[in-house]
Each structure stands twice: as structure tokens, then as C-alpha cells.
Design a protein around this ligand. Sequence first.
Ligand SMILES: Cc1cc2nc3c(=O)[nH]c(=O)nc-3n(C[C@H](O)[C@H](O)[C@H](O)COP(=O)(O)OP(=O)(O)OC[C@H]3O[C@@H](n4cnc5c(N)ncnc54)[C@H](O)[C@@H]3O)c2cc1C
Length: 453
Amino acid sequence: MREVDVLVVGGGNAGCAAALAAARCGAQTLLVERYGFLGGTATAAMVGPWMTFHSGSERIVGGIAEEIVQRLVALGGSPGHIADASDYVPTITPFDPELHKALLFDLMRESNVQLLLHALVVDTLRDPHGAVRGARFATVAGPRNVRAKRTIDATADAFVAANAGCAMLQGDERGRVQPASLMFRLSHVDLDALAAYVRRHPEQLRSSLKSHERNAANLTAVAGLYELWQTAQADGVDVPRELVSFFISPYPDEVTVNMTRVTDIDPLDPDDLTRAEIEARAQTMRLLRFFRERVPGFEHARIAATATQIGIREGRRIVGEYTLTAADVLEARTFDDAVARSAYPIDIHNPAGSGTTTHRLPAGASYEIPYRCLVPLEVDDLLVAGRCISTSHEALASTRLTPTVMTLGQAAGTAAALSLFDGVTPRTLDPQRLRARLIADGVDLRRPDLARA
Ligand SMILES: Cc1cc2nc3c(=O)[nH]c(=O)nc-3n(C[C@H](O)[C@H](O)[C@H](O)COP(=O)(O)OP(=O)(O)OC[C@H]3O[C@@H](n4cnc5c(N)ncnc54)[C@H](O)[C@@H]3O)c2cc1C
């Protein structure tokens, strides 16, 4: 039995930001993760680049997220925020997942966050009134309990909240979730050769991405190459993706490919996960051949790495004090208790097959996420951060992006510590006091005048 002020379960980017924020507020904090490294989907599933820290030319994500980017830049693990020549978002932020893993350990040590790795949460501890008092983990030494005054569920699938009996939702109105994708990196690629091809064939890029015609010498995100892809599909390359899609990395000869797609999976069903991993790896080998044989500049490409696990875009989410909707996102709504901002569109990869639909905010707009989305209904002393906050299926397609989950983590960690020191529950914490602290800690919130110090 171990006792702490704040227990954070799940060491993805949301959980890491939560743990750093709680510890920096002065709470004795323990971060528990099932893998032997931190970073979650960004490292284990190798998903990137991070999108996006900007709305138009305005930076809308600061705080710990921006600190992580600047530290990665200093390590040579990221070029920082670069204009997205494909025009999908204002900026993208490529990063090296291996350096990100190392940096996250450094940050935890510097901020006195205790770590417990290789520990899988299996149950939630509750007091006689139902408030959460920590969690139970499976470890190599058998079960281990951690008691905590505040608990943050950053497991992406809300395992702690679900075990505590919180109301949950999953998927669209039919329960279907976005497809899963196994990411891989290709090294030994010649992007200049591809840029020359794109300059000769600008029509081969997604129609909304015409700025490639101007920027083809500076590729950042490639979406299209229709002719090459359709010919390959006609020749039997079996991957249910409508286009070629990859991103540059911090290194000139390496790209991150986001093309495998496994549909009709329940990410909470181990048999579905098994099928997805096997199918996605088979698709990866088909794609390696496709790139080598058909894409200019990729003749000598090698797989530099495949992700440790398939990337899960969507899983279970809590029902909280407020549920963010598609209208909130697309109408760029603001909230008095806002703790994060985003300008990422709602892009939904077809849960049933090929194709992706994108709905955008007005140009230069951003929406806000209220603190109440982090507070589960009824169950006390528990907060949720990251992918599993309270949203609709559509809104999640925007809030799940990495810069946003980092900001949500910082908000949850700060709220956990402040509620503890104020002697209130997270539910009754004054949101203006929380916002004041977040603004003081560099989070780019709108209307700072509303926040009470
Ligand atoms: C294929 C794909 C493409 C994407 N593309 C982009 C992109 O281009 N740009 C972008 O910004 N975002 C992208 N995203 C979204 C983004 O990467 C994720 O939504 C985000 O990283 C989720 O962060 P999180 O901290 O909420 O969850 P995670 O990063 O998943 O962290 C959850 C952590 O909890 C741990 N955990 C889970 N269960 C347990 C348990 N039972 N016990 C202990 N620990 C546990 C996990 O190991 C993990 O470390 C993409 C996602 C996917 C899957």
C-alpha cells in the first residue's frame, strides 16, 4: 500500500502533463503506467506530428505542451512548429518519439513526480461514500494498491472511471468507433525526388491542398498521390485507404506513414485488438512494397520502426458535468470555465471502410473546452484527462489531438492539487481560480480577465 496526494493513471501525454502540473502545484504525485516508458499514443503508437498549436497565426496552446516542444527542439528532437504546406492545419509539430520518451523521464525527475511503471490498473478504490481513493494495479509482484486523495484517469479508455461506476459512452449512435492504424516510419527516403514529382503532378494532391503547388519543394504532409495509389489498388494492394498519407519527421530522410486502417474493431475487446494488430502489420508490409516499387524517392526506403501497438483513435469516454458537442466545436463556442482551446477540425475516419470526412471551424477561429468535461457525473475526487473526457463522438474527433490532450492534462493536474489544498472536491472547485493558475502557468486561454487569482 502506497499513499499519495494525487495519483495519475496512464502515462500518455495527458497523464504526463497532469502529473507535472499536480507536482508543480506542490502535491505529492505518483504517475502509474502499464508500459516501461511514457508518452502513450505519441510514443507507443508513434503517432505524429502534433496538430496544432495554432489558429491562423495565433498560438492557442501554451503551458506544459509548449514547454515540451521547446525542450524537444533543444534536444534536436523537433523542428518546432512549422507551417503546414498542405494547408490542412496552420502548423504541424513533428517530433522524435524516442527523444520524447527520454525527455518525459527527465521532466518527471525534475518536478519530483514519482513513477510506477509496468503496472496495469485493474480496479478503483472507493471510500464508503463512493468517492475515489486510488486504484489497484497488477504488477510483477502481484496486486498493489495505491491510496490517493485525488485520482486522475488518463488511460484514454477511462478504466479508472469505468471501474468506479461512472456513466460511459463509446462510438457513434451505433457504437462504432473510428478505425485503428498501425504507424510506421520509413527511412532512407529522398523527399527532393518526391517534391520534383509533385511539382510535375500537382493534381495528384488532395484538391483542398493546392498550396503544395507553391510549396512542393518543402513537403510537410503528403496526402494524395492518387494515380500511384489507385493503380496499386487496382493491382491488388489491399489497404482500405483512399489516398497516400505521410508526414515529414525531424530528419530529412525519414517520414511517418499513417495509412494502415483496420475497421470494425472494439478497442476494449482483446480479440478485436489481436485481429487489428495482425491485419495492420500485414498492411504495413504491403505498403512497404508499394512505396519501394511505385513512389518516387522511396526506392531505397526501409522500415525504421513500427509502433509498439496499433493506434486507437477512439475508445470509451465518460459522461461528465458537461458534454462537448460538434456544434460547440464548429461554432467556436466559448465557456466561462474554459481550460483548453483547439482549432483542429472534426475529421472522422470512416468507422466502416475507406474515406474521411472533415468539418472545419471558420478560418482563424478556435473553440474552448470547459472544465466540466473533465469532471465525471456523481463520482467524487476523480478527474479525467485526455481522450476520454466528456464529449460527443463528433467532438472527440477534434479534442483527441495531442496538443489538446496535453492542455487537458495540465488542467486536470492543477485542478486536483488546487481542490486538495482548498479542501473542496474537484466538482466544487472555483473554475476561475483554476483558470487563473493555468494562465499564470502559461496556458493560452482566451478572456484571462475572467479568471480570479
Ligand atoms: C492513428 C492515429 C493518428 C493520430 N494522428 C494524430 C496526429 O497526426 N496529430 C495529433 O496531434 N494527434 C493525433 N492522434 C491523436 C493523439 O495521438 C491521441 O488521441 C492522444 O495522444 C491521446 O493522448 P492520451 O494521453 O489521452 O492517451 P494515450 O496517449 O493513449 O495515453 C494513455 C496511457 O495510459 C496507459 N494505460 C492505458 N490503460 C492502462 C491501464 N489499464 N493501466 C495502466 N496504464 C494504462 C497507456 O499505456 C498510455 O500510456 C492520432 C491518434 C491515432 C491513434
